[in-house]
Design a protein around this ligand. Structure first.
Ligand code: CP3
Length: 372
């Protein structure tokens, strides 16, 4: 099903990397930026780059439900490739969802359009009833999609795998089918942290094992980088984050294969936690739009690369103002930098704005080092 005609014609030009030529192969630009190495231009990808703002995604969603797209390797591959063709971003991210590994733990899952879980894991019996997960067996469709994608993407763009951070998965599990409270959200997991820290740690240990196995399997299947989405980490204060989120992410990263590519750790709403993230074990820290990159750099230190951090709503601005917002972020970025939005692209974003973003990032950040 995947259309193998990927752009040899992205905005920054050139056909897929030809070995032997000088400069940085196109496929390497993102990986080099993650490692803080010099690059011909700032690479970018967009969180939720495969999704509802693309008409070709909506067309597939008319035919298949979301989990069917995730679980059918040919369809997941097709959706993953759509933004590569349409936008010319510098990395592909596997099309799936952070909650996919919950089902094999014994938790029913459906999407409408947000996730709805069959039951909450909010007591000792429910935590003890969670099943161990053989990720190769129960999430084999993910590894199959990764293997297919690596063939399609060879010489074009690297592939990012991903998982939810263990604390973020816990936030969904403890909350269960309940809708998050208005304005707050995921109160139940924070309550458990204070009332029954022993229980939350038991749940976190289980999620740490599953997440480490899941990301390791993705890396073995061919994911060249992985991102850990800690979408709910920001609801914790520094003290609780240091106890209930960070040690488990560190353990996940420690357990990954030695020959892994870069690990990106993205804590949404995590400005107040940045001074804790230098030793998360990740190579790149994702920054949302609430913290300017120069300030993030001061709080985090100089060692790691940064990813971010355009406000997704900036894509509603007319092109000239969008260009200024992009320029401002590029000016503030020092050290390794991967451009991204500060959170996922919104469903009603005009596709032309996303295309303009790619063009602006590439042209405004050119360093004069040649890619090939
Ligand atoms: O980035 C990508 O393009 C890869 C695909 C991807 C999806 N979800 C597809 C998706 C990724 C990386 C995710 C991660 C994810 N899923 C996160 C972390 C990032 C974040 O947004 O904070 C979270 C919290 C989830 C859980 C989830 N899945 C929610 C809250 C929702 C509904 C609301 C929403 O934002 O769309 C989903 C559904 C979902 N996941 C959709 C897509 C394309 C929409 C499904 C549809 O088309 O109806």
């Amino acid at each position: 099903m995947p259309d193998s005609k990927l752009p040899g014609s992205s905005p920054h030009g050139g056909s897929p990397a030809a070995p032997g030529a000088g400069g940085v192969p196109r496929e390497e630009v993102f990986l080099r930026a993650c490692r803080g190495e010099s690059v011909p231009y700032t690479p970018l990808w967009i969180m939720r780059q495969a999704g509802r703002y693309l008409p070709e995604y909506r067309a597939l969603k008319d035919q298949y439900d979301f989990l069917t797209l995730c679980k059918t390797p040919e369809l997941a591959t097709e959706v993953t490739l759509q933004p590569i063709r349409k936008l010319g971003v510098d990395a592909a991210i596997l099309f799936s969802d952070i909650l996919v590994p919950l089902e094999p733990m014994g938790v029913g899952l459906r999407f409408d359009p947000g996730p709805i879980l069959s039951h909450g894991i909010d007591n000792e019996a429910a935590i003890d009833a969670l099943l161990p997960v053989d990720v190769e067996e129960s999430c084999g469709f993910v590894m199959d999609a990764i293997r297919l994608l690596r063939k399609e993407l060879a010489g074009v763009a690297p592939l990012i795998g991903f998982a939810g951070g263990p604390f973020t998965l816990a936030a969904y599990l403890v909350d269960g089918p309940k809708k998050p409270a208005k304005g707050g959200g995921f109160d139940a997991v924070v309550r458990m942290a204070f009332q029954r820290p022993d229980l939350l740690e038991r749940l976190m240990s289980h999620l740490t094992t599953v997440t480490a196995d899941y990301l390791s399997a993705q890396i073995r299947a061919g994911a060249q980088a992985v991102q850990i989405f800690e979408s709910w980490g920001g609801i914790l204060g520094p003290r609780e984050f240091s106890r209930f989120a960070l040690p488990f992410v560190q353990e996940v990263i420690r357990r990954l294969p030695k020959d892994r590519g870069p690990v990106i750790y993205f804590v949404l709403n995590g400005g107040h936690l940045l001074n804790l993230l230098d030793d998360s074990g990740a190579d790149v820290i994702g920054i949302d739009w609430r913290t300017p990159l120069d300030e993030a750099r001061r709080r985090l230190g100089n060692r790691l690369a940064l990813q971010g951090n355009l406000d997704p709503r900036a894509l509603y601005a007319p092109p000239e103002r969008l260009r200024q917002h992009v320029d401002d972020i590029l000016q503030r970025a020092t050290g390794g930098h991967v451009f991204n939005l500060g959170h996922g692209i919104l469903p009603d974003t005009p596709v032309e704005s996303a295309q303009a973003l790619v063009e602006f990032v590439h042209t405004l950040s050119r360093t004069g080092i040649e890619e090939r």
